[in-house]
Ligand binder design. Structure first.
Ligand SMILES: N[C@@H](CCC(=O)N[C@@H](CS)C(=O)NCC(=O)O)C(=O)O
Length: 208
């Protein structure tokens, strides 16, 4: 199995965390869609990472589909069957939406300052702060969001909150100390600790 994508992409990190949680070995081709001569567009017409080449020759793209595939290969489910499934997928949608907003904000902020839309940046920041507040207020367990086990819900929200720290560092913890405590627990998992993107350690160590 071969995963394509660069180390700082949160979507690639989602796939890496899922593969690590399921103890699945894979080859990692660290290519970004912007790298000269990269193979991404020849594998995924959308030109995005992550892309997964499976052992039976399928080419899968989009982090959600890759997690779905990996989860079906056996072991403890990241996406459970039954009534909890919808709840887990809702948390996944929230986490992905936070990441999308942080990425959109970052892309806008990388444009020359006189071309940036302050209104667009403000809209992304509102999405992020509303979503963090939603996550804080939602009913959840102290260790895991749903039930007694780690699931895609925890993966998605943990990834999203750490991505905020990485690319939009600000003191969201001051208003949401319970959520901060929850994240501190999730961040110690091997799958999280071993997939920290280069440069993120500094962001996470910074005083909050
Ligand atoms: N919905 C996709 C989003 C993937 C995505 O946007 N990846 C970024 C890297 S962080 C990318 O490849 N961007 C290149 C581009 O859009 O041209 C997923 O979950 O996999």
């Amino acid at each position: 199995m071969k995963l394509y994508g660069h180390a700082t992409s949160p979507y690639v990190r989602k796939a890496r965390i899922a593969l690590r949680e399921k103890n699945i070995r894979f080859e990692w081709a660290q290519e970004a869609p912007s790298d000269p001569g990269n193979r991404i567009a020849s594998l995924n017409p959308l030109g995005k990472v992550p892309v997964l080449e499976t052992d039976d020759g399928r080419v899968l793209f989009d982090s959600a589909l890759i997690v779905e595939y990996v989860d079906g290969l056996g072991g403890e489910r990241l996406i459970p069957e039954g009534p909890a499934r919808l709840d887990v997928l809702l948390w996944h949608t929230l986490g992905s939406g936070i990441v999308d907003a942080v990425v959109a904000r970052l892309i806008e902020m990388r444009r020359p300052e006189n071309q940036q839309s302050k209104a667009f940046i403000a809209r992304q920041e509102e999405k992020i702060s509303r979503s963090v507040a939603w996550a804080d207020q939602a009913e959840k367990g102290p260790a895991y969001l749903l039930g007694q086990r780690f699931s895609l819900a925890d993966l998605s929200l943990g990834l999203a909150l750490e991505y905020i720290d990485f690319r939009y560092p600000h003191d969201w913890r001051a208003n949401h100390p319970r959520l901060a405590r929850w994240l501190a627990g999730i961040s110690t998992r091997g799958s999280f600790a071993e997939t920290i993107p280069p440069g993120m350690e500094k962001a996470l160590d910074a005083p909050h």
